[in-house]
Write a protein that binds this ligand. Structure first.
Ligand SMILES: Cc1cc2nc3c(=O)[nH]c(=O)nc-3n(C[C@H](O)[C@H](O)[C@H](O)COP(=O)(O)OP(=O)(O)OC[C@H]3O[C@@H](n4cnc5c(N)ncnc54)[C@H](O)[C@@H]3O)c2cc1C
Length: 504
């Protein structure tokens, strides 16, 4: 019986040149893994990739593979008979390519594989349970009715992730880059111990897992850096012992179907600071875990309030929008939330009262907003009211990193001076002449010299004007504010594809 499955590969990095100063680079790999149930192929560290090539046609350059397993599974007879006769031996390429290909038996086509794939038969043969498969093990399954294949291939639905690594005496950095997709994935890092950690890459179509087993220990958490222009993210670990490694160790690659289930973790309060009258900045951290969330996404926060579980959504904000003003106590594995306290609210009074060391439950990243959908826009208007500024902070940070963006126009509405938060930070980053910030207060003190008023047709006509190409507008605030803004902007000719409303 033939079955097809996605692959997991344990790839062993190649030996590194012992040149300390060069940030050596080898062992890069490009992976392309089909979402689906998982098998693992474990390439033993002892052999070099080229020795595998000589021994086995199953070898995958740079240690990357997809596994096809042909095994004994109980399936419907008709399907079994059909698939038994589908694969009929293999042949070397006429061009001398050592990769063998398996021809389909006469009378069978790709459609048979597709039908088989969607037949609900357990094609993995192991019920989709993860399994490490060594090359030796793989080689044993070479019978007509028990054949496993490692297949190098490309799944067009899954964007390619390029990964690389480099080192100095004291650090080791793992670099990830999406090469054929404009959407940044969400990255989750889970630490097992000093040597072992996992990077989970959550893409639109599926999840890729990289499990690292390093040859030596590293400190947690790694520093990380995102580059929105190159679509790269770096995770830089400091080594426990500062010396050049011959290689980093080994890595197992797997994939899984994207789950819509929410995962919850306990997060500890690192710091809770009042930003203004009724708004707090919370810095939180979870043990052996970090998640690099995407702009404009939110989390669900759950707390037990007087015996009842209450949950609300909050939007993680960057740890700083100006390098001088990093959130207090922030480390790279932390998450920052800005929460407004409503005295009659069910949850916000409890969250804003949390003390350092106390715990709160947070979900993983939620939402579908993709900032990259607006990457053709060179002019960005941001309309925020109150804590509606929270999603805008990430957008501003993203926009300032993008060279094609010429104008970022933030119009920030509040009741009075006491309600404005991040004013100094915004002033500092306004040194970049592309960013223009206007604070508008509806009930200011007499001393306020800035603009006064509420969102209206007249105001938006003056500050934003009529719709133009390659421009977009993001809005976030209370419902009444959003309604007035939407109606005014539609009157000014802005289309729905140019407008995005954040919930908040
Ligand atoms: C996707 C999403 C992201 C969000 N991100 C943030 C964030 O980053 N920071 C943040 O502080 N809040 C955010 N919110 C709002 C947050 O989820 C809660 O609604 C808010 O904290 C109030 O919760 P509560 O339980 O204290 O009040 P509730 O018990 O829900 O409401 C009590 C009273 O508070 C007032 N109130 C509640 N919410 C608002 C509001 N938005 N505007 C005006 N008055 C209100 C009303 O008077 C209401 O009667 C977000 C909401 C969504 C849907």
């Amino acid at each position: 019986m033939a079955t097809i499955d996605s692959a997991n590969v344990k790839d062993d990095c190649q030996e590194k040149n012992d040149n300390e100063n060069s940030n050596n680079k080898t062992g890069s790999s490009e992976i392309n893994v089909m979402p689906g149930k998982i098998k693992k192929l474990n390439l033993k560290p002892s052999a070099s990739p080229t020795s595998f090539l000589a021994k086995s046609s199953l070898l995958l350059p740079s240690g990357v593979a997809q596994v096809k397993q042909l095994s004994n599974i109980s399936a419907s007879k008709s399907m079994e008979n059909k698939s038994n006769t589908m694969a009929v031996g293999s042949s070397c390429s006429a061009t001398g390519n050592p990769r063998n290909k398996t021809a389909l038996a006469p009378g069978h086509s790709l459609m048979d594989w597709i039908r088989l794939g969607s037949s609900n038969v357990d094609l993995t043969g192991v019920g989709g349970v993860h399994q490490v498969v060594t090359l030796t093990e793989l080689a044993k399954h070479n019978k007509r009715n028990d054949a496993w294949l490692a297949v190098r291939g490309k799944n067009p639905e899954s964007p390619k992730i390029f990964s690389d690594w480099k080192q100095t005496t004291n650090t080791i950095t793992f670099i990830y880059k999406v090469t054929d997709d404009k959407f940044f994935p969400n990255y989750q890092l889970i630490r097992e111990n000093n040597n072992e950690f996992r990077i989970k890459i959550n893409q639109i179509n599926g999840v890729i897992n990289h499990e690292y087993d390093l040859i030596d220990g590293v400190n947690w958490p790694p520093k990380w850096k995102k580059n929105y222009d190159t679509m790269e993210i770096d995770f830089c670990f400091t080594k426990l012992i500062g010396k050049i490694w011959k290689f980093y160790g080994s890595r197992t690659i797997g994939s899984q179907i994207k789950s819509t289930e929410r995962n919850y973790r306990q997060w500890q309060i690192v710091c809770n600071t009042m930003l203004c009258d009724n708004i707090n900045l919370l810095v939180l951290k979870s043990k052996d875990y970090m998640e690099i969330m995407r702009i404009g996404r939110h989390v669900e926060v759950k707390m037990n309030v007087m015996g009842t579980e209450v949950s609300r959504y909050y939007t993680p904000v960057p740890s700083s929008i100006h390098p001088d003003d990093e959130a207090p106590g922030y480390k790279p594995d932390c998450l920052c939330l800005i929460v407004k306290r409503y005295n009659d609210g069910a949850l916000s009074p409890s969250i804003t009262a949390l003390q350092q060391g106390q715990y709160v439950t947070l979900s993983n990243e939620l939402g579908t907003f993709a900032i990259e959908s607006f990457d053709q826009c060179s002019i960005i208007h941001l309309l925020s009211a109150g804590t509606g500024l929270t999603p805008m902070l990430g957008v501003i940070q993203w926009a300032l990193c993008r060279r094609n963006i010429t104008t970022i126009n933030l119009i920030n509405f509040n009741r009075n001076e006491k309600n404005i938060f991040y004013q100094q930070q915004l002033d500092k980053i306004s040194a970049d002449e592309r960013l223009n910030v206007v604070h508008i207060l509806s009930e200011p003190d007499d001393s306020w010299v800035g603009r006064r008023g509420k969102v209206s047709d007249v105001l938006l006509n003056e500050l934003i004007g009529r719709a133009i190409k390659h421009s977009c507008i993001f809005t976030c605030g209370p419902i009444a504010f959003m309604t007035v803004a939407r109606e005014a902007l539609v009157k000014l000719g802005w289309t729905t594809s140019q407008l995005h409303e954040f919930d908040g």
